[in-house]
Design a protein around this ligand. Structure first.
Ligand code: PAF
Length: 281
């Protein structure tokens, strides 16, 4: 695997592949890689001749400075993981490469951006859109791969890639779970042993919500899920929403609506975790 820290040498290397009509697959990450990321790399390898991964903890997408400071950094282990997974190129830029000056552009995502993560993490998707569009401009991938765990991020990236005519197909890859159901996330390493034992309750809550929604309204389901977490004071539920999984429109009833996802954001101690489950799939 070749590692590049600056833009020009990376683009020169990529140009050789592009001239030979090789498809470039791209997996942007913030490092602290886990099996979920490996599944993105594998998908990219299956569908492209060249796979590029980036690792960059993007400061401008953190609405909470503590979360940014505590974001896990495991670069040596990440490089080993990527080598083993068969990644061809790693882009590992520093802040001065990504942001020679603070960006001033502001994105607006309409209905896709105002709810859930957009509502609770002000500025988050603007920061994501800026860094992802810069990375798309640098790498110019044919295909880019995002985890379905960040469903709203995937839909927003897919939308602005279309709106801005990026020549990149944006794909979602299913959530990768631990054996006990916990969705893989870089933030999981921040959980204490006790919190890690409690964490699978998040997936259980989604499964419970899915069952409840067969007979109850969304409001009743939200109340029951709140009760579900009451015996465990370390959890603080931020939201549980039922949305159209393409438009993110919030629904209040699942009746006759088959295209839905139930999405959750919850604090476990000071670690904020998100997860989602498609209904009727
Ligand atoms: O999902 C992530 O890890 C990040 O939001 C991304 C897409 C790499 C942008 O920084």
């Amino acid at each position: 695997m070749e590692v590049f820290k600056s833009i020009e040498p990376l683009q020169q290397a990529l140009q050789k592949f592009k001239c030979n009509n090789k498809r470039i697959g791209f997996v942007p990450t913030m490092g602290a890689l886990h099996k979920g990321h490996i599944s993105l790399i594998e998908k990219s390898r299956a569908e492209n001749e060249v796979t590029v991964c980036s690792i960059y903890v993007n400061p401008i997408q953190f609405n909470n400075s503590e979360d940014f400071k505590k974001y896990p950094k495991t670069i040596e282990k990440d490089i080993e993981i990527l080598e083993k997974a068969g990644c061809d190129i790693l882009f590992l830029p520093e802040d001065k490469v990504m942001y020679p000056e603070p960006p001033k552009v502001k994105f607006e995502f309409g209905a896709l951006g105002n709810i859930m993560e957009g509502k609770f993490r002000e500025g988050h998707f603007n920061g994501v859109a800026i860094v992802v569009s810069k990375l798309f401009n640098i790498v110019k991938p044919d295909n880019a791969y995002f985890g379905q765990k960040d469903l709203q991020q995937y839909l927003i990236v897919r939308q602005f890639a279309k709106d801005l005519s990026f020549n990149t197909n944006v794909h979602a890859v299913p959530i990768f779970r631990e054996e006990d159901g916990l969705a893989m996330s870089s933030r999981n390493v921040r959980l204490s042993a006790g919190q890690r034992e409690l964490a699978p309750k998040i997936f259980l809550a989604l499964l419970l919500a899915k069952t409840l929604l067969l007979t109850k309204t969304v409001k009743e389901t939200q109340e029951e899920i709140q009760h579900f977490f009451t015996p465990y004071p370390e959890f603080k539920l931020e939201y549980l929403e039922v949305v159209n999984k393409e438009t993110l429109e919030i629904v209040s009833s699942v009746k006759d609506n088959k295209n839905l996802a139930v999405c959750i954001a919850i604090y476990l101690g000071d670690v904020r975790l998100i997860d989602n489950l498609f209904l009727f799939s």
